[in-house]
Write a protein that binds this ligand. Structure first.
Ligand SMILES: NC(=O)c1ccc[n+]([C@@H]2O[C@H](COP(=O)([O-])OP(=O)(O)OC[C@H]3O[C@@H](n4cnc5c(N)ncnc54)[C@H](O)[C@@H]3O)[C@@H](O)[C@H]2O)c1
Length: 261
């Protein structure tokens, strides 16, 4: 048997767990035997999913450190050692640096995207890892847990109008190596996934959204379609399950390379 982080009988926290990539991750972790805390702003969906999987929900705003601390406390109190933190909460925003009408990018919108996507990830990663540090090591390597962050390929090659979003995701990518180095002292691995175009509610629904999604997915190399949230969750579990994956930024995108537009 390969050494691999055992999920059965552990606790996990997933931000953004009420929808899309986070929801699929919650379901996959629960199926693997983990006791999952769904941390999300969306109370109705979050509670529903937590009930379905026999987990718990905590209404959480990831941009608020106190709110994250309360959710992490709840996860650490689930009765099993907290071993997994998955940061999926995020929001999109599209606006040019200087608009066609000549006005500069909205300051409050830029700050909001950074607050939720970047500071939100920093909050959960750091506060969650501090809680993991209080657990006993899980194996002979001294491993205590794993953090998986969700950036985006827009953090590597942002398209026009993605200034704020790309800055927030690029910041998550930039935190990966130093965080992994810092957290090695407490036996925690850190990896960041950069999804491409994955079919989730973030793109809305209806004919206009279908048209938008088809346009976005057209340059995907293979398979010629959007990714699925189940495929994302599969990668999360693979990264958790392989003890030698650390400090890595992984594209998850069917080979797409974003063009300027
Ligand atoms: N779907 C894609 O193609 C894609 C591509 C690249 C990156 N991503 C990233 O993946 C992550 C998940 O995206 P998704 O497609 O599943 O989106 P989604 O909209 O389906 O889910 C996002 C979840 O985050 C929650 N959320 C938003 N703000 C929050 C806050 N302040 N505190 C707590 N929860 C909050 C929402 O309520 C929602 O449940 C995001 O960070 C997104 O930027 C998605």
């Amino acid at each position: 048997m390969l050494p691999a982080m055992e999920l059965n009988g552990t606790a996990a926290i997933v931000s953004g767990g009420a929808s899309g990539l986070g929801e699929a991750t919650v379901r996959a972790l629960a199926a693997a035997g983990s006791n999952v805390l769904v941390a999300d702003l969306n109370e109705e969906r979050g509670k529903g999913i937590a009930d379905e999987i026999g987990g718990q929900f905590a209404r959480t705003d990831v941009s608020d450190a106190d709110s994250v601390a309360a959710a992490v406390d709840a996860a650490a109190g689930l009765g099993a050692p907290l071993r997994v933190i998955v940061c999926c909460a995020g929001i999109g925003w599209a606006q040019r640096t200087v608009g066609r009408d000549g006005s500069p990018h909205d300051r409050a919108a830029y700050r909001k995207v950074i607050d939720v996507n970047l500071i939100g990830t920093f909050n959960l990663m750091s506060i969650g890892a501090a809680a993991i540090a209080r657990t006993e090591p899980a194996d002979a390597d001294g491993q205590r847990g794993v953090v998986i962050n969700t950036a985006s390929i827009a953090g590597l090659e942002g398209q026009t109008g993605q200034l704020a979003y790309s800055a927030s995701k690029g910041g998550i990518i930039g935190m990966t190596v130093p965080a992994a180095r810092d957290l090695a002292a407490i036996g925690v691995r850190v990896n960041t996934i950069c999804p491409g175009i994955i079919d989730t509610p973030i793109y809305g629904s209806g004919p206009a959204s279908d048209e938008f999604k088809a346009k976005l997915a057209a340059p995907v190399v293979f398979p010629k379609r959007m990714g699925t949230s189940a495929e994302f969750a599969h990668l999360v579990l693979a990264l958790i399950g392989n003890d030698y994956m650390n400090s890595e930024v992984i594209r998850f995108d069917g080979g797409i390379r974003f063009q300027p537009k």
